[in-house]
Design a protein around this ligand. Sequence first.
Ligand SMILES: [Zn+2]
Length: 129
Amino acid sequence: MLRRRRKFLEEGYSCPVCLLDVEETRDHLFFGCSYARERWRILNINFNGNLGIYQRIKSAKRCFTQPFFMEIFMIGAWCIWQERNAVVFENVAPDLHRWKATLIKEVLLHFPRINPSLHAPIQQWLSLL
Ligand SMILES: [Zn+2]
């Protein structure tokens, strides 16, 4: 795994993922950060940054072409959070391939909580990532 320089709290509240001098807010970490945008783009989830959080999610859901938007959105956000924590607490650099593998594993782990009629379409969709 790639290592990067650990950022200490005394150094401020800037995003630990992209290392830009941007405050680590919810909007930055999950929507504005270049790493998050890259991950949503791979999932074909597009957020309009000009909208408030609820309208932004509703708009993205309308544009998502599959009937399992919330499942993928929630797990995708969870995986972004896990990747952020790996940066902060384990000093591990973000890695798109590892993130994607984690997302697929997490989606499959959530199958008992997902409507069985969606399992086959989700598996097919995941295979195309
Ligand atoms: Zn960032």
